[in-house]
Ligand binder design. Structure first.
Ligand SMILES: NC(=O)C1=CN([C@@H]2O[C@H](COP(=O)(O)OP(=O)(O)OC[C@H]3O[C@@H](n4cnc5c(N)ncnc54)[C@H](OP(=O)(O)O)[C@@H]3O)[C@@H](O)[C@H]2O)C=CC1
Ligand SMILES: CC1=C(/C=C/C(C)=C/C=C/C(C)=C/C=O)C(C)(C)CCC1
Length: 317
């Protein structure tokens, strides 16, 4: 009996080991195949000092773009920028302060950018975090919803006319597969009555998908497209606020995408020639991806838009 059990266990271990390269190849799928250059174009990426944002900055810098790294920690951002400059030979890597958890910082940032820059051709709303204990932004919004959705919503609103003047232009909202598990809880948007960090994350990532949908509708007559992406499951520092998730991440790291692989779908949406007219879609592994029914609901998208304007005290028709 023991021998049989050991044999079966051994066979299972061997089978799993044999499967690893296939799972790894599956996980790494989706490489941006476009060779489009971005010389003369300006790209703005939020949360560009680490993980997917940093690698997206690297990839677009390598294509000749002027890259604005919008980050809350200027020391970390400058270190990352120096690395990108040295690796790509592109000196046009600019670091600017942006804290998406503070609407004053977002407003100041946008004002400065529009004074300093001639154009923004590509905006990548990438910054994010996961599994924070209940925290509020400076303006009193639940942190996941406040940073992922409201911070990027306000930033996009403030820069949109400038982006339109720079068109053809593209906006990319980095969402997640996690949007599938999200619901927009209009009765308790800030999760004050009950809080689950995981659900708050999923709600905020669903908000990214719904924002993309509604914005695409409003940009129909323009040369600005907007799409959302799921970058894949990527071995980055995103898990830093949860030791349990960090443990899972480290244990599974050999199966996860590298940050460079995780940047591919954002890069694809930023440069692929065939997407010039494609807007309001969701991408994963550099191809159009499934959107959960709650992410395709126009009524929810419209309501979220209106509620977001109210919360931020802005008019955006
Ligand atoms: N990794 C994954 O498996 C997945 C990631 N995603 C999404 O990808 C995006 C990038 O995450 P990833 O690269 O993995 O994570 P990282 O933690 O490596 O990078 C996140 C970046 O966001 C920045 N950031 C966080 N809060 C703020 C803020 N208030 N203002 C400005 N910048 C901020 C961080 O800055 P700082 O270094 O100062 O903290 C950091 O630069 C996120 O939106 C995430 O939800 C989606 C699906 C899966
Ligand atoms: C179980 C399992 C996986 C783990 C997936 C996890 C843990 C995903 C978490 C995703 C998050 C947190 C997304 C945020 O936007 C792999 C490695 C994909 C493949 C093997 C089976």
């Amino acid at each position: 009996m023991v021998v049989l059990l050991l044999t079966v266990t051994g066979l299972c271990v061997i089978a799993s080991l044999l499967l690893i390269p296939y799972i790894r190849r599956y996980a790494a799928a989706g490489v941006c195949t476009s060779s489009a250059r971005l010389d003369g174009k300006t790209v703005l990426i939020t949360g560009a000092n680490s993980g997917i944002g940093k690698e997206t900055a690297w990839e677009l810098a390598a294509r000749g773009a002027r890259v604005i790294m919008a980050c809350r920690d200027l020391v970390k951002a400058e270190t990352a920028a120096q690395e990108i400059r040295a690796d790509t030979g592109n000196e046009q890597i600019i670091v600017r302060k942006l804290d998406l958890a503070d609407t004053k910082s977002v407003r100041q940032f946008a004002e400065n950018i529009m004074k300093e820059e001639k154009m923004i051709n590509i905006l990548i709303n990438n910054a994010g975090m996961i599994m924070l204990p209940y925290t509020k932004t400076v303006d009193g919004f639940e942190i996941h919803f406040g940073v992922h959705h409201l911070g990027h919503f306000l930033l996009t609103h403030l820069l949109l006319d400038f982006i339109k003047k720079s068109s053809p232009a593209r906006i990319i909202n980095v969402s997640s597969f996690a949007h599938n598990f999200g619901r927009i809880n209009f009765k308790d948007l800030q999760s004050e009555k009950s809080y689950s960090a995981g659900l708050a994350y999923c709600q905020s990532k669903l908000a990214n998908v719904l924002f993309t949908r509604e914005l695409a509708k409003r940009l129909q007559e323009t040369k600005v497209i907007v799409n959302s992406v799921h970058p894949g499951t990527v071995f980055t520092e995103i898990t830093r606020h949860s030791s349990a998730l960090t443990l899972v991440w480290k244990g599974l790291s050999f199966l996860l995408k590298t940050p460079r692989e995780g940047a591919q779908t954002s890069v694809h949406c930023a440069v692929a020639e065939e997407l010039q007219e494609i807007s309001g879609k969701h991408f994963s592994d550099c191809t159009p991806a499934f959107v959960a029914p709650q992410g395709r609901n126009d009524e929810t998208a419209r309501k979220l838009w209106d509620v977001s304007c109210n919360l931020l005290g802005i008019q955006w028709d």
